[in-house]
Design a binder for this molecule. Structure first.
Ligand code: 2BA
Length: 108
Protein backbone atom coordinates (compact mmCIF):
# COMPACT_ATOMS: atom_id res chain seq x y z
CA UNK A 1 0.00 0.00 0.00
CA UNK A 2 1.09 3.58 -0.68
CA UNK A 3 0.27 7.00 0.69
CA UNK A 4 0.22 9.63 -2.03
CA UNK A 5 0.77 13.17 -0.70
CA UNK A 6 0.07 15.87 -3.26
CA UNK A 7 0.68 19.53 -2.44
CA UNK A 8 -1.55 21.51 -4.81
CA UNK A 9 -2.85 25.03 -5.19
CA UNK A 10 -6.13 25.80 -3.41
CA UNK A 11 -7.70 26.76 -6.75
CA UNK A 12 -7.21 23.18 -8.02
CA UNK A 13 -8.05 21.22 -4.90
CA UNK A 14 -11.87 20.96 -5.14
CA UNK A 15 -11.93 19.79 -8.78
CA UNK A 16 -9.08 17.38 -8.08
CA UNK A 17 -10.90 15.88 -5.08
CA UNK A 18 -14.10 15.53 -7.16
CA UNK A 19 -12.21 13.64 -9.87
CA UNK A 20 -10.38 11.42 -7.38
CA UNK A 21 -13.48 10.50 -5.37
CA UNK A 22 -15.50 9.89 -8.57
CA UNK A 23 -13.04 7.07 -9.31
CA UNK A 24 -13.61 5.54 -5.87
CA UNK A 25 -10.48 6.65 -4.00
CA UNK A 26 -10.67 7.93 -0.43
CA UNK A 27 -9.16 11.35 0.13
CA UNK A 28 -8.24 13.70 2.97
CA UNK A 29 -7.49 17.36 2.37
CA UNK A 30 -5.25 19.22 4.81
CA UNK A 31 -4.92 22.98 4.67
CA UNK A 32 -1.21 23.78 4.41
CA UNK A 33 1.17 26.70 3.90
CA UNK A 34 4.15 26.83 1.53
CA UNK A 35 7.42 27.83 3.16
CA UNK A 36 8.54 30.09 0.31
CA UNK A 37 5.42 32.09 -0.55
CA UNK A 38 3.98 31.68 2.97
CA UNK A 39 0.56 31.44 1.42
CA UNK A 40 -2.10 28.76 1.57
CA UNK A 41 -2.03 25.55 -0.40
CA UNK A 42 -3.73 22.19 0.02
CA UNK A 43 -2.17 18.85 0.84
CA UNK A 44 -4.21 15.94 -0.51
CA UNK A 45 -3.61 12.53 1.12
CA UNK A 46 -4.71 9.34 -0.63
CA UNK A 47 -4.05 5.86 0.73
CA UNK A 48 -4.25 3.28 -2.05
CA UNK A 49 -2.93 0.06 -3.59
CA UNK A 50 0.45 0.20 -5.30
CA UNK A 51 -1.21 -0.55 -8.64
CA UNK A 52 -3.32 2.66 -8.44
CA UNK A 53 -0.47 5.13 -8.02
CA UNK A 54 0.08 5.78 -11.74
CA UNK A 55 -3.62 6.52 -12.30
CA UNK A 56 -3.65 8.90 -9.33
CA UNK A 57 -0.61 10.77 -10.62
CA UNK A 58 -2.35 11.04 -13.99
CA UNK A 59 -5.44 12.56 -12.32
CA UNK A 60 -3.30 14.97 -10.31
CA UNK A 61 -1.33 16.15 -13.33
CA UNK A 62 -4.51 16.65 -15.41
CA UNK A 63 -6.20 18.72 -12.71
CA UNK A 64 -3.37 20.91 -11.41
CA UNK A 65 -2.19 23.88 -13.40
CA UNK A 66 1.07 25.82 -13.39
CA UNK A 67 0.42 29.44 -12.43
CA UNK A 68 2.60 32.51 -12.16
CA UNK A 69 2.31 34.35 -8.85
CA UNK A 70 3.71 37.80 -8.13
CA UNK A 71 5.54 37.90 -4.81
CA UNK A 72 6.83 41.11 -3.24
CA UNK A 73 10.27 40.80 -1.71
CA UNK A 74 12.01 43.26 0.54
CA UNK A 75 15.53 43.98 -0.74
CA UNK A 76 18.27 44.61 1.82
CA UNK A 77 17.96 48.06 3.32
CA UNK A 78 21.08 50.14 2.63
CA UNK A 79 21.65 53.10 4.95
CA UNK A 80 20.41 56.30 3.36
CA UNK A 81 18.06 54.58 0.91
CA UNK A 82 14.32 54.23 1.12
CA UNK A 83 12.81 50.75 1.51
CA UNK A 84 10.77 49.60 -1.45
CA UNK A 85 9.47 46.13 -2.23
CA UNK A 86 10.40 44.40 -5.47
CA UNK A 87 7.82 42.28 -7.30
CA UNK A 88 9.15 38.94 -8.57
CA UNK A 89 7.36 36.30 -10.63
CA UNK A 90 7.23 32.78 -9.16
CA UNK A 91 5.92 29.73 -11.05
CA UNK A 92 3.85 27.49 -8.79
CA UNK A 93 2.65 23.98 -9.48
CA UNK A 94 1.03 21.99 -11.03
CA UNK A 95 1.68 19.77 -7.97
CA UNK A 96 4.42 18.44 -5.71
CA UNK A 97 3.80 14.74 -5.14
CA UNK A 98 5.37 12.33 -2.65
CA UNK A 99 4.64 8.58 -2.75
CA UNK A 100 5.32 6.86 0.58
CA UNK A 101 5.32 3.18 1.50
CA UNK A 102 2.67 2.38 4.12
CA UNK A 103 3.93 -0.05 6.76
CA UNK A 104 0.52 -0.66 8.31
CA UNK A 105 -3.04 0.48 7.69
CA UNK A 106 -6.11 0.06 9.87
CA UNK A 107 -9.58 1.52 9.68
CA UNK A 108 -11.98 0.95 12.59
P1 2BA B 1 6.12 27.29 -1.50
O1 2BA B 1 7.20 26.82 -0.61
O2 2BA B 1 5.35 28.48 -1.08
O3 2BA B 1 6.77 27.52 -2.95
C1 2BA B 1 6.02 28.10 -4.00
C2 2BA B 1 6.84 28.15 -5.26
O4 2BA B 1 7.97 29.00 -5.05
C3 2BA B 1 7.42 26.80 -5.67
O5 2BA B 1 6.47 26.10 -6.45
C4 2BA B 1 8.68 27.20 -6.43
O6 2BA B 1 8.38 27.51 -7.78
C5 2BA B 1 9.09 28.48 -5.75
N1 2BA B 1 10.14 28.28 -4.75
C6 2BA B 1 10.08 27.55 -3.62
N2 2BA B 1 11.24 27.63 -2.93
C7 2BA B 1 12.05 28.43 -3.66
C8 2BA B 1 13.38 28.91 -3.48
N3 2BA B 1 14.10 28.58 -2.40
N4 2BA B 1 13.89 29.73 -4.45
C9 2BA B 1 13.17 30.09 -5.50
N5 2BA B 1 11.90 29.66 -5.73
C10 2BA B 1 11.35 28.86 -4.82
P2 2BA B 1 6.39 24.54 -6.37
O7 2BA B 1 7.74 23.95 -6.56
O8 2BA B 1 5.32 24.14 -7.34
O9 2BA B 1 5.94 24.19 -4.89
C11 2BA B 1 4.63 24.46 -4.43
C12 2BA B 1 4.52 24.12 -2.97
O10 2BA B 1 4.80 22.72 -2.79
C13 2BA B 1 5.52 24.82 -2.07
O11 2BA B 1 5.06 26.11 -1.74
C14 2BA B 1 5.58 23.89 -0.86
O12 2BA B 1 4.45 24.09 -0.04
C15 2BA B 1 5.45 22.53 -1.52
N6 2BA B 1 6.75 21.90 -1.77
C16 2BA B 1 7.49 21.98 -2.89
N7 2BA B 1 8.61 21.25 -2.81
C17 2BA B 1 8.58 20.68 -1.59
C18 2BA B 1 9.45 19.78 -0.88
N8 2BA B 1 10.61 19.33 -1.43
N9 2BA B 1 9.11 19.41 0.36
C19 2BA B 1 7.96 19.86 0.93
N10 2BA B 1 7.08 20.69 0.32
C20 2BA B 1 7.38 21.09 -0.92
Amino acid sequence: MKLVLAIVQDADSDDLIDEITKEGYRVTKVISTGGFLKSGNSTIMIGTDDSEVDRLIELISHNCKVREIIKSIQPMNMPGTSIATLPIKVKVGGATVFVLDVVDFKRF
